[in-house]
Ligand binder design. Structure first.
Ligand code: BT5
Length: 326
């Protein structure tokens, strides 16, 4: 009902719409209309009320609530079920709980902020209110559990495309799945899985996109490593439109992978990679060495050339060595 009232107000633009008209068109009482208007005001919508003329929508808040994001969605099935929070510990944990309770594929969890945002390897993710897109998506693929880590690479490619389409900014992908601009991190991805020996129950792809953080929003310890779309473009970026595009690209890539396998996607990842060809320091789960990153293999593992031969890195971090002047 809230959504329907909002649609009516929107369609009237700068004109007033009487409470009686709303009540007649939506077949609800005037009191019910009034209550919904109060709820919308509380959610941040500025609605002018006039005793004779009725209601007029003045300002739409910058929120990722279903009423605001659905008009930007152009997907077949992704994002058809939305769980929206103002504040939450972690969207990945909520998505995991939902998936365990049977949430359908394509369910998304969005929060305006996270107070316990998670990075990989028990690290944290800083997620201030209204400044980013803190999003988790539930997938239930039919492919093998061994293929699941490549979903991070898939998400990185889809996010790069969506960001380029919406803002014109091309990010580089740092293995396995950071999106960087000018050596600073714009996006982090955390993929989690629940699986049996030979089948996947669900995959959660968690994505943190720094959209409208300004310099002063970034804590001291992240200043030298983090950036945002607003910092790069010098403009506020429309989070709703970007979210819509991200879901579209993710749905497209996932359907391609389910149909044809990961081949094309890994090729696109290679093209967008800033890791390949570089001398890197590798911090694996139980190893630390350096060498030249030469490729990723069909499993998405990074291949490092060393004097002793090629090393395969399945999980961990790499840091790219700065080139020194010759
Ligand atoms: C990641 O981990 O990059 C994965 C981040 C995933 C976040 C999303 S938000 C929605 C969903 N729900 C969650 O709870 N998580 C996912 P990692 O590669 O481990 O990077 C973490 C490191 O990045 C931290 O140790 C910081 O150094 C740095 N960092 C933290 N917050 C950042 C931010 N907002 N922007 C850039 N860097 C950040």
């Amino acid at each position: 009902m809230r959504n329907a009232i909002l649609e009516l107000l929107r369609s009237h633009g700068a004109d007033y719409l009487s409470g009686e008209d709303v009540s007649r068109q939506l077949a609800v009482s005037r009191t019910a209309v009034w209550k919904h208007i109060q709820a919308l005001k509380q959610a941040g919508y500025e609605i002018e009320s006039h005793t004779r003329l009725g209601y007029r929508l003045r300002v739409v808040p910058d929120r990722l609530c279903p009423e605001e994001i659905i008009p930007h969605f152009n997907t077949q099935w992704m994002g058809k079920r939305i769980l929206y929070f103002n504040d939450i510990g972690s969207t990945n944990i909520e998505a995991r709980d939902e998936a365990q309770r049977g949430a359908p594929e394509g369910t998304i969890v969005v929060s305006e902020m996270q107070n316990n945002g998670m990075g990989r390897l028990a690290r944290g993710w800083y997620s201030p209110q209204y400044k980013g897109i803190w999003l988790s998506v539930v997938l239930r693929p039919k492919f093998r559990p061994q293929d699941a880590p490549k979903c991070s690479l898939m998400a990185a490619v889809a996010l790069e495309r969506a960001i380029a389409a919406q803002t014109g900014i091309h990010c580089g992908i740092k293995w396995p799945n950071d999106l960087l601009v000018g050596n600073k991190k714009l996006v982090g991805i955390l993929t989690e899985m629940s699986a049996n020996f030979d089948s996947i129950n669900y995959i959660i792809i968690g994505m943190g996109i720094n959209v409208n953080l300004l310099g002063e929003d970034i804590p001291e310890d992240l200043q030298s490593i983090a950036t945002s779309l607003a910092i790069i473009t010098g403009k506020t970026v429309d989070r709703k439109a970007l979210l819509g595009k991200i879901l579209k690209e993710l749905e497209y890539s996932y359907e391609q992978v389910c149909r044809e396998g990961f081949g094309k996607l890994l090729d696109e990842w290679r093209q967008k990679s800033i890791t390949l060809g570089q001398i890197v320091d590798v911090y694996g789960l139980d190893q630390h060495f350096s060498g030249q990153a030469v490729d990723i293999d069909a499993e998405g593992a990074l291949l490092i050339e060393r004097p002793t031969g090629i090393e395969r890195v399945v999980a961990g971090d790499v840091s790219i060595r700065m080139k020194t002047a010759e």
